[in-house]
Design a protein around this ligand. Sequence first.
Ligand code: IPE
Ligand code: IPE
Ligand code: MG
Length: 259
Amino acid sequence: MPSAEERHPLLDRLDPDRIPQHVAITMDGNGRWAKQRSRPRVFGHKNGVEAVRASVRACRKAKVRFLTLYAFSTENWKRPEREVNALMELLVHSLRKETAELLENGVKIAVIGNVEKLPSVCRRELQEAMRITAANTDLTLTLALSYSGRWDILQAARAFAHQAATGALPADRIDAVLTEEAFGDLLSTHGIPDPELLVRTSGEHRISNYLLWQGAYSELYFTNTLWPDFREEDLYTALLDFQGRERRFGKTSEQIEVQ
Ligand code: IPE
Ligand code: IPE
Ligand code: MG
């Protein structure tokens, strides 16, 4: 396997002009990875951290500008308390351990989701990581924590309703003011382009409430690889697959060829 600093041959097969700006990943399969080794689920989560490092490295090398990782969903709060606590501890531990290197590598850390629900130690650590890396511009690494697409859409709708309720917005102006773009600005991902590519590991073929609005036209890429086994080459393979696709956005193939 090439070392972190060697250039992977798949990287040279990518068309630099057609690298997606934003890749979103659903990191799935940690529990099954651990089970295959007769270890507790948390062992799988811990080993998933190396896959996060590899994905960040691959995105930097391929010049992807935004990487969004689904780390903990709204629905994941329903898991056994022990597992939830272990995931929160792992988050704190990983942020403490990795932030300095991320800072060095031009990575800016961001978060989306209902962070109020996270334990205060997690919120503090996230705030600190975001503060330290705020000036970086190469890659924005967004962690989706206590996140779901429905939560995001609902919080945006509520924010708009609050604005409207102050009376600042007459009813006959609502249709003109609330455009797709304006609504997008109310979502937690404002300032981040929609993901062109959505990757899910572990062979599950579903969205699981991820980026529902933003992923409206994302290309979906599924791999059977379990998250703890995901490495740089898996990301390049997903990017290559993406570059082989024709994105039509409702148009015909002939219209796209003319463009
Ligand atoms: C993804 O792996 C990690 C989180 C959802 C936090 P899982 O824990 O869902 O692993 P499987 O799907 O049970 O294998
Ligand atoms: C989706 O994975 C959420 C994250 C990866 C954080 P899950 O493993 O929770 O999804 P479902 O419940 O199997 O759809
Ligand atoms: Mg899962």
